[in-house]
Design a protein around this ligand. Sequence first.
Ligand SMILES: [Zn+2]
Length: 141
Amino acid sequence: MTDGAAGWGRPGPALTELNRTYWTSGAEGLFRLQRCPECERLIHPPALRCQRDHASPEWATLSGRGVVESWTVNRHPFYPGFPDPYVIAFVNPIEDVRTRVLTNLVNIDPDDIAPGMPVRVRFESDDENVVFFPLFAPDDR
Ligand SMILES: [Zn+2]
């Protein structure tokens, strides 16, 4: 789905029944991930079953706060209209820091990023206001 992002250039996901809640909850300003009702782990990317106990995950609304686990700075222009450099990162939601969310860090100088740094979700929508990309910026609170 790159045609809808013509003005911006960020390649978007193919929405499915399984991932739609993750990619569209930002329209309501909400950050949602799946949670297992049995072991209470967060599950990401969205899955039909918990890998540990095969329970059916439920969607949970989270605080949107997390910590940076790891990151890399991309300096290669893979997509026209999507300027480099940009930061690709794994962020761990504070509700379950074992969970990894692959995302971009924004509003930060790459030299200022540190492991464990607190971050907070912010959303950027595609041109149609359908997909709301969960991105993370430094959490000043
Ligand atoms: Zn489970």
